[in-house]
Write a protein that binds this ligand. Structure first.
Ligand code: NAD
Ligand code: ZN
Length: 375
């Protein structure tokens, strides 16, 4: 590659400050250092977690940054010590690495590699990006709203070379997150009754996971009734709009299920919804999985009616270990065992990223895939 070892100047959408539109800029991307991989991003989805950082998180230290964490691309060059990847490999960047050495990577029970919030994934301050003389942070270590990005090899998954990157990019976050929350974290059982709160890509993937696990009834809950038709495609059997009822949705679900669902999954990112999702579970053995992104501290400090035997479980990236799970999910898609295309409602160019953000903000899309560069 002519660019190997050199700084690459390329296009990226920069979040200079919270609550402002992203700005398309020319940025400089440094060559990969030891154990790092530089990737040409071909396509990326826009996930609510990007919006969370921009509008809701209020983390002023998290700017300027390049957002995006649901991408797919091709290895451009590798740094010293990288043996697992070669230029030309198709890959998906991982916002949760898999070092294979820490206590969490070695346990089959967890996927939160100890390096997740470390400089190793370059969230801070080890970014390889600069723009107009300023360092840009690499949001979640991935920064897929850029034509090129650099990650440690422990945060990159090699995928099937036949996989269409403008589809499987969605396996970099939303689909694995929801599907895995049902299958890996909740461990939904055959014949069970489930409720999924929030029917964005994450929630719809959770519905798909509940169905794959053999759930008998799947309640799809959303305040936007436009989402119900899609939920049917992924296997939902019953539809509840909390706005149609005067009673709390947990009471509505309890009545419809003779005392509550076996499993509930919160895929909104709202503390009140987290609470109703837990209260919608049957007392005795109900399990409620928290998938939505919010200030978890807020959830823990609120008084909550924790009736006996209900369990809360948190789920990051659907419990998948990235290097193992992502290629497996790509294969499942190629084998037509999981749906991906059905999540894509819009295709746009990177330049239109602000339009894609607006669509999500107003509940008008499931996923927009942005074409970042040509293959
Ligand atoms: P989205 O914005 O596309 O979907 C959210 C859905 O929730 C919308 O359909 C909206 O109408 C619905 N909703 C809003 N308020 C509601 C309420 N009170 N009751 C019921 N439904 C309601 O978002 P997404 O991209 O699918 O992401 C969903 C959540 O998952 C976000 O909080 C995101 O940050 C989080 N997330 C978590 C992880 C993880 O690893 N845990 C990964 C990705 C995303
Ligand atoms: Zn995401």
């Amino acid at each position: 590659m002519a660019t190997a070892g050199k700084v690459i100047k390329c296009k990226a959408a920069v979040a200079w400050e919270p609550n402002k539109p992203l700005v398309i800029e020319e940025i400089e991307v440094a060559p990969p250092q030891a154990n790092e991989v530089r990737i040409k991003i071909v396509a990326t989805g826009v996930c609510h977690t990007d919006l969370y950082h921009l509008f809701e998180g209020m983390n002023k230290d998290g700017f300027p940054a390049v957002l995006g964490h649901e991408g797919a691309g091709i290895v451009e060059s590798v740094g010293p010590g990288v043996t697992e990847f070669q230029p030309g490999d198709k890959v998906i960047p991982l916002f949760m690495p898999q070092c294979r050495e820490c206590r969490f990577c070695k346990s089959p029970k967890a996927n939160q590699c100890v390096k997740t919030w470390d400089a190793a994934v370059m969230s801070d301050p080890e970014s390889r990006f600069t723009c107009k003389g300023k360092k840009l942070l690499q949001f979640m270590g991935t920064s897929t709203f850029s034509e090129y990005t650099v990650l440690n090899q422990m945060a990159v998954a090699k995928i099937d070379p036949t996989a269409p990157l403008d589809k499987v990019c969605l396996l970099g976050c939303g689909i694995c997150t929801g599907y895995g929350a049902a299958v890996n974290t909740a461990k939904v059982e055959p014949g069970s009754t489930c409720a999924v709160f929030g029917l964005g890509a994450v929630g719809l993937a959770a519905v798909m996971g509940c169905k794959a696990a053999g759930a008998k009834r799947i309640f799809a809950v959303d305040i936007n009734p436009d989402k119900f038709e899609k939920a049917k495609v992924f296997g939902a059997t019953d539809f509840v709009n909390p706005k149609d009822h005067s009673k709390p949705v947990s009471q509505v679900l309890s009545k419809m299920t003779d005392g509550g669902v076996d499993f509930s999954l919160e895929c909104v990112g709202n503390v009140e919804v987290m609470r109703s999702a837990l209260e919608s579970c049957v007392s005795g053995w109900g399990v409620s999985v928290l998938v939505g992104w919010t200030d978890m501290h807020d959830v823990a400090t609120r008084p909550i009616q924790l009736l006996s035997g209900r369990t809360w479980k948190g789920s990051l990236f659907g419990g998948f270990k990235g290097k193992d799970g992502v290629p497996m999910m790509v294969k499942a898609y190629l084998d037509k065992k999981v749906k991906v295309d059905e999540f894509i409602t819009h295709n746009m160019a990177l330049d239109q990223v602000n339009d894609a953000i607006e669509l999500m903000k107003h509940g008008k899309c499931i996923r927009t895939v942005l074409r970042v560069s040509t293959q």
